[in-house]
Design a protein around this ligand. Sequence first.
Ligand SMILES: [Zn+2]
Length: 150
Amino acid sequence: MGRPFRLRRSKIHGTGVVATRTIRAGRRIIEYIGERITHKEAERRYSVKAKDDSHTFLFTISSRHVIDAGVGGNVARFINHSCDPNCEAVIERGRVFIETVRAIAPDEELAYDYNIGREDNDPPNVEKIFGCHCGSKKCRGTMITPLDDD
Ligand SMILES: [Zn+2]
C-alpha cells in the first residue's frame, strides 16, 4: 500500500503533508528524523529565534538535545503545526514518532501541536514570530506553548 500521505501545498503554511487515504486513530505514521544536536549547536546554526522557517525544522527532544531535520530529515519535517491537531509527536528513548490522535480523511492535512517552549532569551514578540494561522476554532494564534499550560 505504501505511505498513506504525500507532500502538497498547504492551506496552513508552505508545503504540508496530506493523507492519501483514510488513516485510523492511533497509527504511527512516520519517524521525525534528522541530525541529533545540542541546543547550543542549534543556536549556533540558526542564531536566535528568527523569522526563519528553518527553525521550525528543529524538534526539541530533551533539555539537552534537538533534532535538526534540516540535516538528513524526511517528509516529517513538512508536517505543519495546528492548535487542534490530528496527530501528536511521541518521544520514545530520544526518538520522535508522529502518530494520529484521531481518524484522518483522504486529502486532510496532517498536523501536530509544535508546543515550542519558551526560553529566557526569547524576544518579547516571540508569540508573533511563531504566529499560527491553522484556522481552527481553537487556534491560540501562536505555536508557542501557552503560558497557562501546566
Ligand atoms: Zn493555530
